[in-house]
Design a protein around this ligand. Structure first.
Ligand code: AMP
Length: 549
């Protein structure tokens, strides 16, 4: 039953709780999946030519779990994974869960100082690493750091088959599975144990290790799967990174709780690989951050791909423009696409649109409170605001992380004494409980005392037929304190000049919101998880303005 704060119409809502929370470990969930759907497809890694059914995936995870036990890895030990998307990523995720080791997701884009920080911060004793990827030579970076910089690290395992001095080959971990031994280990594990650490810094700041339990992420996978109505007949195309919760929770754990197959189109996002995987594997669901969908929709040969099997999917991770949502419904055949909203610290999703919500709510909002989640919008004084008023989005419930690893201070800043996770996002909740994300508290532009919300201007700019995408941010200004700056990506073939932007805005939006400084670009500065790095764009624009006087 969904609970709305009916009496006062405060911006508070609780998601339905008719489906009970799972009280399982992730290892047990995989074993259940193998028992229920043993010979059904579980995982396809297109670029590796690997296919596994649920029984095979479970057996492979058991092999690696026993291999880790043989090497001395025990419950609670931290095991890092530093690799782009691959089948072994899922295998190590389930293998560590079977023995209660805490999987530590390391961003494949990290370089030496970042990986050193991450591994030491949480005291990883084991690390599974790809040999190399794009311009990253992981083995060389780890050798460069050496044991003096990584004193806790005892075991390094290399993927990819080659021999590397000081690294155990992945195949050496693949030992004969010992079911009795694993069953014994499993008796010592509980759903509330920490099982995963994901580093998150949002778009600024030093990475913090969000520590999540089996209960946190397995249930979030389940409720996400339920919301998009996944079953063992579905195949999810997962071009989003596995090191982020979008891939490893909304992808892998939604699959294990529903029987749907995980399809990895490539090591990293590539529009042609994603569309090709949808076509070749007959995917029914497709995931992506908004920029990925924008890129796919702009593929010149989009019409040549057969996407007729698609039905649903999730767009999340950053503002989902209305036009992109409509494009995905029309051109990618995803009539039941949903928008999810959340953050790493909340497993991640705490709101999502439903496949049968009214169209307008499905393209303009991030939906309503997820099952078992409580959501509220608060004002500066911490009080819950009336419906419709903008404030900070907070959520509470099973999905909230245990805390930031070894950082009680930062944890207390994020999660208050009553258990509410403060997101730093601005939002409103309407009378029906639908939430709109209206910006980041930190992104708000204050121009001569006028508060400006970049999101509103971005949505407006996207109504221009020649604009493919836009990012709006504040730039320092002598007179007003801040002025509105924007980077615009023109549509392919459009002839757009910076002055056209202001001309288009004039008379249509309030004068103080009209972007004063415009730059036409081919791409934005983004994190891999689709977050625009506005502070970087701001820095560049301010440098250019200073240079040009
Ligand atoms: P992460 O922890 O990397 O998943 O990032 C979480 C942040 O991404 C949130 O605090 C939001 O700022 C942003 N975000 C996630 N989903 C959405 C969405 N659907 N709309 C707008 N912003 C989003």
């Amino acid at each position: 039953m969904r609970v709305e704060s009916a009496v006062t119409m405060e911006s508070y809502a609780k998601g339905p709780s008719d489906a009970p929370l799972l009280d399982l470990t992730i290892g047990a969930a995989l074993e259940e999946a193998a028992a229920k759907w043993g010979d059904r497809l579980a995982l396809v890694s297109c670029h590796q030519g690997i296919r596994m059914n649920w029984a095979e995936l479970d057996a492979e995870a058991s092999r690696i779990a026993c291999g880790l036990l043989d090497r001395g890895v025990r419950k609670g030990d931290r095991v890092g994974i530093w690799a782009p998307n691959c089948a072994e990523w899922a295998v190590i995720q389930f293998a560590t869960a079977k023995i209660g080791a805490v999987l530590v997701n390391i961003n494949p884009a990290y370089r030496t100082s970042e990986v050193e920080y991450a591994l030491n911060k949480v005291g990883c004793t084991a690390l599974v690493t790809a040999a190399s990827f794009k311009s990253s030579d992981y083995i060389a970076m780890l050798r460069e750091l050496g044991p003096a910089s990584l004193p806790r690290l005892e075991l390094m395992v290399a993927l990819g088959g080659g021999e590397h001095d000081g690294f155990l080959p992945w195949d050496a971990l693949r030992v004969e599975p010992d079911g009795a031994r694993l069953a014994l280990v499993a008796t010592g594990l509980a759903a509330d144990d920490p099982i995963n650490i994901q580093f998150t810094s949002g778009t600024t700041g030093f990475p913090k290790g969000a520590t999540l339990t089996h209960r946190n992420i397995l249930n979030n996978g389940l409720f996400t799967a339920n919301t998009i109505r996944l079953s063992a007949d579905d195949r999810i195309c997962i071009p989003v990174p596995l090191y982020h919760c979008f891939g490893m929770v909304l992808g892998n754990l939604a699959a294990v709780t529903s029987g749907a197959a995980m399809v990895y189109p490539g090591e990293a996002f590539d529009p042609a690989l994603a569309l090709g995987a949808v076509q070749d594997e007959g995917c029914t669901a497709l995931y992506g951050v908004p920029t990925m969908f924008i890129t796919m929709l702009n593929q010149p040969d989009l019409a040549d791909y057969d996407v007729s099997t698609l039905r649903t999917g999730i767009m999340a991770g950053a503002t989902c423009p209305v036009a992109t949502m409509r494009g995905v419904m029309d051109k990618l055949n995803m009539a039941e696409v949903t928008i999810g909203y959340g953050m790493t610290e909340t497993s991640p999703l705490t709101t999502q649109t439903a496949t049968d919500d009214p169209l307008q709510e499905r393209v303009e909002t991030v939906g309503r409170a997820h099952p078992h989640a409580e959501v509220k919008i608060i004002g500066l004084d911490g009080e819950t605001l009336p419906r419709g008023e903008q404030g900070e989005y907070c959520s509470r419930g099973y999905a909230v992380m245990l805390g930031y690893w070894d950082d009680p201070e930062k944890t207390a800043e994020a999660i208050d004494a009553d258990g509410w996770m403060h997101s730093g996002d601005l939002a409103t909740m309407d009378e029906n409980g639908y939430v709109r994300i209206t910006g980041r508290i930190k992104d708000m532009i204050i121009r001569g005392g006028e508060n400006i919300y970049p999101r509103e201007i971005e949505e407006f700019l996207l109504t221009h037929p020649d604009i493919a995408n836009a990012q709006v941010f504040g730039v320092a200004d002598e007179k007003y304190g801040e002025e509105v700056g924007c980077w615009v990506i023109p549509r392919a073939g459009a002839s757009l000049a910076p002055d056209d932007i202001a001309a288009y805005c004039r008379g249509r939006i309030a004068h103080y919101k009209v972007p004063r400084h415009v730059r036409l670009v081919d791409s934005f500065i983004m994190t891999v998880t689709g977050k625009a790095q506005k502070f970087e764009m701001r820095k560049i624009m301010e440098m250019e303005l200073a240079r040009d006087g």
